[in-house]
Design a protein around this ligand. Structure first.
Ligand code: T1G
Length: 711
């Protein structure tokens, strides 16, 4: 056959193997190869049936995602036309068995469902994850899956995109048998059994028994739509996927496929899908650091320690033990240590209650935490995460201690969110082993890990941090050392504008609603209340001497703090909070805002949602451009991955830099200049933004240049 698809024989059974590493995507040539193999099998009288299997680590993991941009940009004339191939497989008079290991995702599962039977290795997973890319299954997945798994399961899988494991796939009818041991041998045995039964190869399209009736299906679709609107707020693909599955229940198979194709195209050509595909590749690209070769050795982390059992420290300890890594948890005094442990137990107990973990899993995880008041056990650990109070002197003291008690190869990391990592490293005799590992609150939930590379951090330490992030289930993004790094430095600009907007006349709820409707997980002021207004207040006081004179500063947050309104923890901040911590708009706050604005001579006016979004999001973009220029972030996509995973930025907009590209940098730059004229020097456009806008370029072009330099 071709290099991508091979055809061999074992007696009277043909074996079709897909060889397109790393994930056997259906790149050009693969569908053609499978089609040619089916043709050959049809013609070969010595063959009675076939097994379709993936070479290497997986079955087919789906369509080749790189091809989508070629289609939407018109570079490739034809779409991904898998349906004729699937008709070919399903229509083959000789039975074809899909033998699944690894992941049969998207087009991979669609191919498998067009086969007459499916068998799977116990560790295999199957799924239709297309919605995560802003699209829906495009090769009959929404039509065949309900015929195998029933409407409820199909809706769930297509609308949410989560995979199911082999055992569940067997239970719900997607898979016919689980094969322990040699998968190919088991698949051939299964095929021979089927041949011996002499049955006509069953076609999934003919199986209508699980399609239900309108009466029982209606509440299933209604509930799925309601759940999708909540869980995937603002996203079109999950709703389109539900529409497509609904079509399977009301239309004949082929018409259903046509409906699916229409919906697929609408999604594929949407901005949402382009943004989500940008993030898919971005999440993988962030781990590629130009000056760190792919084969850099990484330290294997077998044991870890966390210093500080406050909210962050306790959460970080959970992250490690969730990944199965034993962790020593150190606090200075017994009461604080007990509080940290109690918080961990409480958190786990609620996960068990919500069904996220089993009691047994939690019991095993808790066994992995070893509490201590001293440094015993530290000499054995491979990494330490320091998560003590945010103060340079204290951090230096802790690092000097760690340097003394830890083995020379251990990585010493700090969870600082803003302090100079080089200064911290200078307290040790091994600055090359020191690095920032900034987790986001709550650490066991947020996916982002900001990896702060100091000037001395060794390449091996950076590479190990990236590998560790992945093991911990995080996305690690490497950033340079500067005040606030990428996260807090950009976020400060965003928060600043949110506060200026209320001073200028928008209400607290108007600002939050505009950004929530833009897609942010929470409005900026509600977020401030959640994380505690006193944190910023303390930092502003500490760094007051560094602020240049004559620059406008937000005024209201300080007033709120002076009144003891620190946010949710004190029951009041930008909002008042009722007993169930629901925010209630507070006329008192509006009064304080008006009074403060009047005293400062700020003219108040009505502001609409469009301006609120531009002021806050473009503030992020302009600072992002400064950060790129200073090489604090490597690529614009790093910032996007960062903001989506750590700051609740809507994934379907691709992150702030990608969003700016979609608006057009010329337009963004014009608005920024306009803001500069009206509001002053903090809005001066970043030189990189100006340069790209003037050249008619995008941040994506900037990234492409960096990528080209690396290759
Ligand atoms: N197309 C192209 N490249 C892909 C790819 C794909 N489908 N999947 C992975 N890669 C690349 C990835 O960029 C990386 O490249 C390398 O493979 C290893 O990936 C018609 C519309 C399969 C669970 O959404 O979920 O089918 O960075 O690091 O952790 O209806 O990859 O090394 O250069 O992620 O072992 C549906 C997406 C497509 C599956 C493996 N399928 N992939 O995880 O490795 S749409 C998906 C994954 C579709 C049909 C439609 C994961 C994985 P590089 P990795 P991994």
């Amino acid at each position: 056959m071709t290099e991508l698809v091979s055809l061999t024989k074992q007696g009277d059974v043909a074996v079709i193997t897909v060889n397109n590493p790393p994930v056997n995507a259906l790149s050009p040539g693969v569908p053609e190869g499978i089609g040619a193999a089916i043709q050959a099998i049809r013609k070969d009288d010595s063959v009675r049936g076939a097994v379709l299997i993936g070479g290497g680590r997986t079955f087919i993991a789906g369509a080749d995602i790189k091809e989508f941009a070629k289609i939407t940009s018109g570079q490739r004339e034809r779409g991904i036309e898998l349906l004729p191939l699937l008709d070919e497989i399903e229509g083959c008079p000789k039975p074809v068995v899909a033998a699944i290991h690894g992941t049969a995702f998207g087009g991979g599962l669609e191919v498998a469902m067009a086969c007459h039977y499916r068998v799977a290795a116990p560790s295999a997973q199957v799924g239709q994850p297309e919605v995560k890319l802003g699209i829906i299954p495009g090769a009959g997945g929404t039509q065949r899956l309900p015929r195998l798994a029933g409407v409820q399961k199909a809706v769930e899988m297509c609308a949410e995109g989560s995979p199911v494991r082999a055992e569940e796939a067997l239970r719900c009818g997607i898979v016919d048998r689980i094969i322990e041991g040699d998968l190919l041998a088991g698949a051939i045995l299964f095929l021979r059994d089927a041949l011996d039964r002499g049955e006509r190869p069953p076609r999934t399209r003919d199986k209508n028994e699980k399609l239900g009736d309108p009466e029982t299906n209606a509440p299933v679709f209604a509930a799925a739509r309601e759940a999708a609107r909540k869980k995937f707020r603002g996203m079109m693909a999950p709703l389109a996927a539900i529409d497509a599955v609904e079509a399977a229940t009301g239309l004949p198979f082929e018409e259903g496929c046509r409906r699916e194709a229409e919906l697929f195209r609408q999604c594929l050509f949407s901005e949402q899908s382009k943004a989500l595909i940008h993030l898919f590749f971005g999440e993988r690209e962030v781990a590629k650091i130009p000056d760190i070769p792919k084969d850099t050795p990484v330290l294997e982390v077998r044991k870890a320690a966390v210093v500080g059992a406050g909210t962050m420290g306790a959460g970080i300890a959970m992250v490690y033990c969730n990944a199965g890594i034993p962790v020593v948890l150190k606090e200075a005094d017994a009461a604080a240590l007990e509080r940290g442990l109690a918080a961990i137990r409480k958190n786990y107990a609620s996960s068990v209650k919500r069904g996220r973990f089993t009691g047994e899993f939690v019991a095993q995880r808790l066994e992995l935490i070893r509490p201590t008041l001293g440094y015993d056990g530290f000499s054995e650990v491979d990494i330490v995460v320091e998560a003590v109070f945010e103060g340079m002197e204290l951090k230096k003291q802790v690092f000097a201690e760690l340097d003394r008690v830890c083995k020379p190869a251990a990585i010493l990391s700090s969870n600082t969110s803003s302090l100079d990592i080089d200064a911290i490293a200078s307290a040790t005799s091994r600055p090359e082993r020191v690095i920032g590992h900034h987790f986001f609150a709550p650490p066991n939930v947020m996916r982002l890990l900001e990896i702060v590379r100091g000037k001395a951090s060794a390449g091996e330490v950076v590479a190990s941090s990236l590998a560790l992030a992945r093991r911990l289930g995080k996305v690690g993004v490497v950033v340079g050392n500067c005040r606030g790094f990428v996260g807090n430095r950009m976020y400060a600009q965003y928060q600043r504008e949110a506060q200026f907007l209320v001073e200028e006349g928008a209400s607290v709820t108007e600002v939050d609603a505009a950004l929530y409707n833009f897609g942010m997980a929470m409005g900026p002021l509600a977020t401030g209340d959640l994380s505690g207004l006193d944190v910023g207040w303390r930092i502003r006081k500490e760094f007051k001497h560094l602020e240049p004179e004559g620059v406008r500063r937000p005024l209201v947050a300080d007033r709120l703090c002076e009144m003891g309104r620190f946010g949710q923890k004190t029951g009041a901040g930008w909002y008042r909070y009722d007993e169930s911590r629901r925010p209630v708009p507070d006329p008192e706050v509006e009064r304080i805002i008006e009074e403060t604005a009047r005293a400062a001579g700020i003219e108040r006016r009505a502001l609409d949602a469009g301006e609120i979004v531009e002021r806050t999001i473009f503030a992020l973009v302009n600072e992002g451009a400064h950060i790129l220029q200073e090489r604090i972030a490597l690529r614009a996509v790093d910032i996007d991955v960062f903001y989506v995973n750590g700051y609740g930025s809507p994934a379907y907009r691709g992150g702030p830099m990608w969003y700016a590209d979609t608006v057009g940098l010329g337009k963004v730059c014009d608005r920024v200049r306009d803001f500069e004229r009206r509001h002053g020097a903090h809005w001066t456009p970043a030189p990189l933004l100006l340069r790209l806008a003037e050249a008619g370029k995008t941040f994506a072009d900037f990234d492409a240049q960096i990528r080209a330099a690396r290759e």
